[in-house]
Design a protein around this ligand. Structure first.
Ligand SMILES: [Zn+2]
Length: 263
């Protein structure tokens, strides 16, 4: 079993709001991957005296500890408890009912000898590779259904943030765990897996440089940092060609690759 993780900040002036961990126990054949993408707060009040990196570090730390140690809890139960713990850490100082309270996308994966469990919330992606090389992308595509013109308006986006009919992130409400995309695969059907924040998934989703299977091929051949450098190169070429296709030229970009080996 082998893991490879890398992250690049979107801008040297801003803290990286992604968070990633891979836990591979020395004994047994289980493990866990946690990948978070903190939602960058727009200028203005978010009701919180902390920072997004403060939030993702606490949520990510809790998710890692619980998924590595509490086999009797489902991934949704783990996400729910981790959100509650994180909320408890600042409910005394901050207004957790604020719609822009610190929040993050989540990919959580846990495996043992028999199965690979996954949970995906919001727009990070999980890739599962079969022994034959087929790659399945697990996505929570609710945000894709929100029109771009809505996302360009903060007020309009806030009306859909963690609201029925909109999109959901891990913020301060533990009940959101029930909204996550979850599933279980037989361990024998997963040879390797990868998790990407949307800043890394741009290679496929924004630039169309290949499909998810091609992306997996890049991760394996060039490593996670190799994929992130390819994204930065595409962004630089796009900028010099005169157009940024999104409002952010660069986004924090993070990738994790785990080779599980034979099942
Ligand atoms: Zn706070």
């Amino acid at each position: 079993m082998r893991s490879d993780v890398a992250t690049l900040p979107g801008s040297p002036e801003r803290p990286n709001e992604d968070w990633v961990a891979a836990a591979l126990p020395a004994s047994g054949r289980g493990g866990t991957v946690v990948l978070l993408d903190g939602v960058t707060p727009p200028a203005g009040d978010d009701g919180c005296v902390h920072t997004v990196p403060w939030f993702t570090a606490r949520l990510g730390g809790s998710l890692t500890e619980l998924s590595a140690s509490c086999r009797d809890m489902s991934l949704a139960e783990i996400l729910s408890l981790a959100i509650r713990r994180t909320a408890d850490a600042h409910r005394g100082t901050c207004d957790l009912s604020h719609v822009r309270t610190p929040q993050a996308t989540v990919v959580l994966v846990r495996w043992d000898e028999t199965s690979v469990e996954h949970l995906v919330l919001s727009d990070s992606v999980l890739l599962l590779e079969s022994p034959g090389g087929a790659v399945r992308a697990v996505l929570d595509d609710r945000l894709d259904h929100v029109p771009d013109e809505v996302l360009r308006s903060l007020a309009a986006t806030d009306r859909l943030r963690n609201r029925e009919g909109g999109f959901f992130t891990a913020a301060a409400d533990p009940a959101v765990a029930a909204r996550a995309v979850t599933g279980t695969s037989p361990r024998a059907e997963v040879r390797a897996l990868a998790a990407l924040t949307d800043g890394a998934g741009r290679w496929v989703e924004l630039f169309g440089a290949g499909d998810w299977a091609d992306c997996f091929g890049v991760l394996r051949a060039e490593g996670t940092l190799g994929l992130l450098h390819r994204v930065r190169a595409l962004e630089a070429a796009d900028e010099s060609a005169g157009g940024t296709r999104r409002w952010k030229l660069h986004d924090d970009a993070t990738a994790a690759l785990v080779e599980l080996g034979a099942g």
